[in-house]
Design a protein around this ligand. Structure first.
Ligand code: C2E
Ligand code: CA
Ligand code: CA
Ligand code: CA
Length: 275
């Protein structure tokens, strides 16, 4: 039995080594990902619940690794946040998505995710302003998504930066709403332009009366505060029907469209742009 334990521990340690080695080499590869043109923005549609009209697209980053294939952002964004690369990556995504959106010849908005690290270390409002001027994207076509962790990190500073960005005409969405621990305080502190209800509520809304009650409450809250609510993670027709009955404003999820590369997003939509 003792030998078994020893063997198990050795196995465990070598697995740990492997994991940290993999992480280190992933971090090294990531350093060169921008110059090697391995990063690619994907776009996921956001629609009006009432009419089904397209409202905009969330920009979701993909990393096409030459050996590993597509590495999900849940794996490489935390690494990039740890080693500071998120500053270069975040700037690249913002610039590239704005450039691409200008070439669409449509009024759709793009929603770009921001990391808390970008608020802490970059002159964000200046960067956003410069990229808007440089690309010529109309500010009202840009939305920036932040989570509560961004606000909690340094509330005064974050709110100051958000006000500067909003003064440019750019809108701000509160992402993953309902999963943080100070959601209501966050809403009190800043006039968000959109609340994105976390997708964990959608996945349970059909079975769980509790989840449904919370969805309802958030929609009521949004109406009282005059902030539109977007439900994330809509995967079925039934979920969409519930949202229609509950008068949710916007929806996003696999049922409405998966994140797709630029050259595929208009394929099923209106006959426009680079089809
Ligand atoms: P997020 O901002 O909450 O983005 C939504 C995530 O949910 C995306 O995962 C999307 O593919 C996924 N999703 C959309 N619809 C559905 C659905 O119906 N069902 C399910 N199960 N999932 C759905 P993705 O693309 O893997 O991104 C994960 C997270 O990585 C994002 O979560 C965001 O926090 C981060 N991320 C992605 N791109 C960027 C970026 O450019 N910058 C930063 N800072 N973070 C990013
Ligand atoms: Ca998001
Ligand atoms: Ca989200
Ligand atoms: Ca999330």
């Amino acid at each position: 039995a003792k030998a078994d334990v020893t063997r198990a521990v050795c196995f465990y340690e070598s697995k740990m080594d492997e994991a940290s080695r993999a992480r280190r080499s992933l971090a090294q590869d990531l350093r060169r990902a921008i110059e090697l043109d391995q990063l690619e923005p994907y776009y996921q549609v956001q629609t009006s619940v009432l009419t089904g009209d397209i409202r905009g697209y969330e920009v979701l980053l993909r990393w096409n690794h030459p050996e590993l294939g597509s590495v999900p952002p849940s794996e490489f964004i935390p690494i990039a946040e740890e080693n500071g690369l998120i500053l270069a990556i975040g700037e690249w995504v913002l610039r590239t998505a704005c450039q691409q959106a200008v070439s669409w010849h449509t009024p759709y908005k793009i929603a770009v995710n921001l990391s808390p690290v970008q608020f802490a270390h970059a002159d964000l409002s200046k960067l956003v302003h410069e990229i808007l001027l440089e690309t010529g994207l109309s500010p009202n076509r840009l939305e920036l998504e932040i989570t509560e962790s961004t606000i909690i990190a340094d509330k005064t500073r974050t709110l100051h930066i958000l006000r500067q960005i909003r003064a440019l005409g750019v809108t701000i969405a509160l992402d993953d709403f309902g999963t943080g621990y100070s959601s209501l305080d966050t809403l009190r502190s800043f006039p968000f332009d959109k609340i994105k209800l976390d997708r964990s509520f959608m996945s349970e809304v059909e079975q769980s009366p509790q989840a449904k009650a919370i969805v309802r409450a958030v929609l009521t809250l949004g109406k009282s505060l005059d902030i539109p609510v977007l439900a994330e993670g809509v995967e079925t027709d039934d979920q969409l029907s519930i949202l229609r009955i509950e008068q949710c404003d916007e929806a996003q999820g696999f049922f409405l469209g998966r994140p797709k590369p630029l050259n595929q997003i208009f394929r099923q939509g209106p006959a426009i742009a680079n089809d």
